[in-house]
Design a protein around this ligand. Structure first.
Ligand code: IVH
Length: 679
C-alpha cells in the first residue's frame, strides 16, 4: 500500500464525515426550520458526492448518515409487525363534567382522598397517525403503524425519511438494548395545503385532512414521494420499553425524549390538579389556530408513572389518561348558490357555494351536499344562513340551516332533471343515492376523464392540465382517450396560448404515454373500483390486458385482495362494446401496456435511475430504455431527486431544465453508451 493511497483514504474519510455533518445540518434547516442556507441543487451535489464516497469507503457509513434515510422502498405490501405491547387508544371526554368524572374515578382507583391533589400532564392531542419506533442500541431499527393496535405495518423505510426524527438517539452513551417509543406522525398544515394545491393542479383527489395526508404519505408503496415524507413530523409522547430507571413521571418522559433528539408535543405542561387541567384545556383551545399542526383536543395523563401502573389498563384504553376533545370549529355563513358538478363517472354532486368564512384556521368557500337525499334532509336553499363545521376535514359540512333567518321567497332545491353540462336527461337508479348524467359523450365526463388519464398515477401526461383539456374537448378535438394519440402538431398550434415549444413538449409527453405499465393502463381506463392498489394486484396476477379481459368473474375474484364488487365491475367493463372498441382503437394507435421486466439487481447501471429527454442520435427511446434495463438500471418518466442521470438528446424538454435546477448530471448518448460498456 503506497502512502499516497493512505493519505487519500484519510482525506476521503474526513470529507465524508464533514459531508455527513453538513448535509444533516442543511436538511434540518430545510425541513425543520424552513430557512435553507444553500440551494436544492447544491444540496443534491453534496449528497451525491457523499453517496459516491460512501460507496468507495463503506466502512465510513454511519447509521445517521443522510444517505441512510434513502432506504429501499418496501417491496410488496407492508410486512406485519406485532407490537410487543398493544398500542392503546384513548377514552374521550367531551365536556367539563365528563372530565371531572374521569378525575374522580382515577382518584378513587388510586385511593386518594378528596384533599389529595392529583397531578396531570397536559399535552395537545395531535391529529395524525400513531407510530411506534424501535431503537436498538440507540439506532432506529423498526417503525410501524398502529394498525389494529396489536399488529401494525412495517413502514421502516418510509419513516426513515422523516427529517424530524433521529436515526440515532442523541444520548451519549446511547441507551442500550431495545427502546420503544410511541408518538404521532403529523403533516404540518402549510405543507398539507401545498400538497393539496399540487394534487388539484395535477387533477388528483385532494386529501380531506392533514391526518389522512400524513397516514397516506406514511403508507406510500410505489413511486414514493420522498419530499412528502421528509416534511412529516414525528412527535414522541411515550416510552414503552427501555425507560431509564431514573424517570418517574410523564413530564420526565417528555424531557428524556427531547434529550434523545425527538420532538415532543408542543406546549405540554404540568397541571397541579383537575382545575389546572381545565385551565390548560381552555388555554389550548383558545390558541389552537396559532399552531401549524392540527390538534383535536388535549390529552391528560396522570403524571406519576407509579400511579399509572396502579391504575392499569382497560382492554382498549388506559385508565390513567383521557382525551378531552375540542368542539368542532363552527361558524355561520350564507349560501350564495347551489352548484351541481358532473364528475368523471357522470355523478352529479350538489355543492353549496358559501360566503367565505374562516373556520378552524382554514378559509371555507364550499361545502359538499353529497346527493339529493342529503339536500332533502337539510333542506338547504340559496340565501339560507347555515352553520358550517370543520371536524378536521377541509371539506366542511353544513350542520344545520338557521331557519329563523331564511329570507322570504326561497325555493326548495331540486336535483336538475337535465345534466347542467350537456342537457341530457339525468337518471337516478333505484337503490342508489347518486343522480347521474347517462351521456358518455358529456363534455364534463370527458374532461374529467381526460384529467384522470393524464394524472400522475395513470398515464402521467405532463402538460395536459385543465385549461388545455377544456379547449381540446370544446373544440371537439378529443372525445375519448384514444383521440389524444391522434393529435397533430398543427391542431395543437391553433389552440390559445400554445406555442411551438409547448406543442412539442405535449406531443412528446403523449408519445411517452403510449407504453404505460399494465397497472397504470388499468387506472387510466377508469374502471370503477379499480384504484392504484387493485390495479397493481390485477396487473401482477394477470400480466396482460388480454388475460384480464378474458378472465371470468370467478377468476378475478380469486385474486387475493379483490372482492366480488370489483370483479363484477371489471367484467362489465370489458363486456361493454364501447370499451372494447376503444381498447381496439388504442391498440391500433400503439397504446398498450409494455411488457414488464423486473429491474436486474446487477449490471453496470444497477441501482441507477435514468430519465430520457429529447431525441438521441442513434438509439430510439425504446432502445435506450431496453438497454438501461438490461444493464440493471431503471428508467423514470420524470426528473426528481431520485434521478441519478438525465440523458439528453436533441430538442430536450422541460426535464432538462428540471435536471439543471436539481443539479442532476446530464449526459449524452455517447456517455450513456460508455456507462453501458458499449462505447
Ligand atoms: S397517548 C396509552 N398522547 O390519539 C396512551 N396519544 O385517540 C395512548 N394521540 O392512539 C396514546 N396525541 O395516536 C397520546 N399527546 C398524545 C397524543 C395521542 C395524539 C393519538 C394517539 C392515540 C389516539 C387516541
Amino acid at each position: 500500500m503506497g502512502s499516497s493511497t493512505d493519505r487519500e483514504r484519510k482525506q476521503a474519510l474526513e470529507r465524508i464525515r464533514w459531508l455527513q455533518r453538513e448535509l444533516n445540518r442543511h436538511a434540518r434547516l430545510y425541513y425543520l426550520e424552513d430557512r435553507p442556507e444553500i440551494s436544492d441543487a447544491e444540496y443534491d451535489r453534496l449528497f451525491r458526492e457523499l453517496q459516491e464516497l460512501e460507496t468507495r469507503y463503506p466502512e465510513a457509513v454511519v447509521p445517521d448518515s443522510p444517505t441512510q434515510r434513502v432506504g429501499p422502498p418496501p417491496a410488496e405490501g407492508f410486512r406485519p409487525v406485532r407490537h410487543r405491547t398493544p398500542m392503546l387508544s384513548l377514552e374521550n371526554a367531551f365536556s367539563e363534567e365528563e372530565f371531572r368524572a374521569f378525575d374522580e374515578r382515577v382518584r378513587r382507583l388510586l385511593d386518594l382522598g378528596p384533599g389529595h391533589r392529583l397531578e396531570y400532564t397536559g399535552e395537545p392531542k395531535l391529529d395524525g397517525a400513531g407510530v411506534e419506533l424501535l431503537y436498538e442500541d440507540g439506532v432506529l431499527a423498526v417503525g410501524s403503524t398502529r394498525g389494529d393496535g396489536r399488529v401494525g405495518e412495517d413502514v421502516t423505510s418510509n419513516v426513515k425519511q422523516i427529517w424530524s426524527l433521529p436515526l440515532v438517539l442523541t444520548a451519549d452513551p446511547p441507551p442500550r438494548g431495545t427502546v420503544s417509543i410511541r408518538g404521532e406522525v403529523v403533516l404540518p398544515i402549510p405543507a398539507f395545503e401545498k400538497l393539496n394545491r399540487e394534487r388539484l393542479e395535477k387533477g388528483l383527489e385532494p386529501f380531506a385532512n392533514p391526518r389522512n395526508a400524513a397516514a397516506g404519505s406514511l403508507r406510500q408503496l410505489h413511486d414514493i414521494d420522498r419530499r412528502r415524507l421528509a416534511l412529516l413530523r414525528f412527535y414522541a409522547y411515550q416510552i414503552t420499553e427501555g425507560l431509564p430507571s431514573r424517570v418517574r413521571t410523564q413530564m420526565q418522559v417528555l424531557e428524556t425524549l427531547r434529550s434523545w433528539g425527538l420532538l415532543t408535543p408542543p406546549d405540554a405542561g404540568l397541571c397541579g390538579d383537575v382545575d389546572a387541567a381545565l385551565a390548560y384545556y381552555r388555554r389550548m383551545e383558545a390558541r389552537r389556530e396559532g399552531y401549524d399542526v392540527e390538534m383535536d383536543g388535549t390529552v391528560f395523563k396522570v403524571n406519576r408513572l407509579d400511579y399509572q401502573e396502579r391504575a392499569g389498563n382497560l382492554p382498549r384504553s388506559p385508565r390513567w389518561a383521557i382525551a378531552f376533545k375540542f368542539p368542532p370549529s363552527q361558524e355561520t355563513t350564507v349560501v350564495e348558490a347551489i352548484e351541481v358538478s358532473v364528475g368523471r363517472t357522470g355523478a352529479l354532486t350538489p355543492v353549496a357555494r358559501l360566503r367565505p368564512v374562516r373556520v378552524g384556521g382554514v378559509t371555507i368557500t364550499h361545502a359538499s351536499l353529497h346527493n339529493e337525499d342529503e339536500v332533502e334532509r337539510l333542506d338547504v336553499r340559496v340565501g339560507d344562513t347555515v352553520v358550517v363545521q370543520r371536524a378536521g376535514d377541509v371539506i366542511p359540512q353544513i350542520v344545520t340551516v338557521v331557519k329563523s333567518r331564511r329570507p322570504a321567497g326561497t325555493k326548495k332545491f331540486r336535483m336538475p332533471d337535465r345534466c347542467p353540462v350537456c342537457r341530457a336527461r339525468t337518471v337516478r337508479l333505484e337503490g342508489e343515492a347518486v343522480t347521474r348524467c347517462p351521456n358518455l359523450d358529456c363534455p364534463a365526463q370527458i374532461k374529467n376523464n381526460l384529467l384522470h388519464v393524464a394524472s400522475r398515477r395513470a398515464l402521467d401526461i405532463d402538460g395536459l392540465g385543465e385549461k388545455l383539456v377544456d379547449q381540446l374537448v370544446e373544440r371537439g378535438l378529443v372525445r375519448r382517450i384514444s383521440d389524444l394519440f391522434t393529435l397533430r402538431r398543427e391542431q395543437l398550434l391553433e389552440l390559445d396560448r400554445m406555442g411551438e415549444k409547448s406543442a412539442d413538449n405535449l406531443l412528446r409527453s403523449i408519445e411517452r404515454a403510449r407504453r404505460p405499465t399494465l397497472a397504470r393502463m388499468l387506472i387510466a381506463l377508469g374502471i370503477r373500483h379499480v384504484g392504484e392498489g387493485v390495479a397493481e394486484l390485477l396487473a401482477r396476477h394477470f400480466g396482460s390486458l388480454e388475460a384480464l379481459a378474458a378472465a371470468s368473474r370467478e377468476e378475478i375474484e380469486a385474486v387475493p385482495g379483490v372482492g366480488p364488487v370489483i370483479a363484477e365491475s371489471v367484467v362489465r367493463f370489458f363486456q361493454e362494446p364501447r370499451n372494447r372498441e376503444e381498447l381496439e382503437r388504442l391498440g391500433k394507435l400503439g397504446v398498450r401496456p409494455r411488457e414488464e421486466r423486473k429491474p436486474r439487481k446487477s449490471g453496470p447501471l444497477a441501482g441507477r435511475t435514468f430519465v430520457l429527454t429529447g431525441t438521441l442520435p442513434h438509439l430510439s427511446r425504446e432502445e435506450a430504455r431496453e438497454r438501461i434495463l438490461a444493464a440493471g438500471g431503471r428508467v423514470a418518466s420524470s426528473v426528481s431527486r431520485k434521478t441519478d442521470f438525465v440523458v439528453a438528446g436533441e430538442n430536450p424538454g422541460s426535464k432538462l431544465d428540471r435536471a439543471r435546477e436539481l443539479g442532476i448530471p446530464v449526459i449524452d448518448e455517447a456517455e450513456l453508451l460508455r456507462r453501458l460498456g458499449e462505447a
